[in-house]
Design a protein around this ligand. Structure first.
Ligand code: ATP
Ligand code: ZN
Length: 224
């Protein structure tokens, strides 16, 4: 069900939420975020914001439910690979890489273990929330592993005896260190991106997206 208003999905709360809201404000989109609303209408443009869990954003775009979305490339790629495996729609258009949400997806192991390369992971059980990206990476290296799917507390899995290693998002490495782990291999570098659904857009929406992109360009350049 499409509407005349441009629908943009952003994370409701979390690491991308504040900067998304800030970016839209700097682009001149007037929004008052309040309470537990799922949909927020911009006051001065035909834009509706959908405030959701970040995990839902790639699917909303790939199913064509919303027009634009802001999402970390890690989550986007994980859902894309999962959908390809399930034969579900997995297409989108990337409009722009943004200047926030930087992190890397890395394999980490016990800090006292030696690491000579991906072959050391052969046959190991690896705890992760990103089984598809990890498999894609290790397949290409000819390494096989057993996944241990966890959506939280991944970093405690080795100590809890659930896994030999982990594959998780890292920014400073402090969480790894606190859990007696060390980064062994970076498998994916990520930033937030602005993406668009496939399919037709009417002239008004096309023009509005163009305008937004020009403004985003300006906002990012002004910060550099
Ligand atoms: P939600 O409740 O929306 O599902 P979440 O807990 O899955 O939230 P956040 O922790 O808010 O997600 O992270 C959202 C995104 O922020 C990540 O997918 C990643 O792209 C980015 N990010 C940047 N730095 C980090 C970091 N140090 N750790 C985790 N994610 C990070
Ligand atoms: Zn999430």
């Amino acid at each position: 069900m499409q509407t005349d208003r441009l629908r943009i999905a952003i994370q409701k709360k979390g690491r991308l939420a504040k900067e998304c809201q800030e970016l839209l404000k700097r682009c001149g989109v007037k929004i008052s975020f309040s309470g537990e609303r799922l949909v927020v209408h911009a006051e001065n443009m035909p834009i509706d914001l959908l405030l959701v869990r970040d995990d839902d954003i790639p699917g909303l775009i790939m199913d064509g439910v919303v027009d634009l979305g802001v999402i970390g490339e890690n989550e986007l790629e994980e859902v894309r690979l999962e959908r390809i495996a399930l034969n579900e729609p997995s297409e989108y258009t990337q409009l722009r890489r943004l200047d926030f949400g930087g992190c890397r997806l890395s394999v980490a192991i016990d800090k006292d273990q030696t690491y000579n390369g991906p072959e050391d992971l052969n046959g190991k059980r690896i705890a992760t929330s990103y089984p598809n990206i990890l498999k894609d990476y290790l397949d290409k290296k000819g390494v096989s592993f057993s996944p241990c799917m966890l959506n939280g507390s991944v970093e405690v899995a080795p100590r809890a005896g659930l896994a030999d290693a982990i594959c998780d998002l890292v920014s400073t490495g402090a969480t790894l260190e606190a859990n007696g782990l060390k980064e062994a291999e970076v498998i994916f570098r990520s930033k937030a991106v602005l993406i668009q659904r496939k399919g037709e857009f009417d002239a008004e929406k096309t023009e509005l997206i163009e305008r937004l992109l020009t403004r985003i360009q300006g906002v990012i350049q002004a910060k550099e």
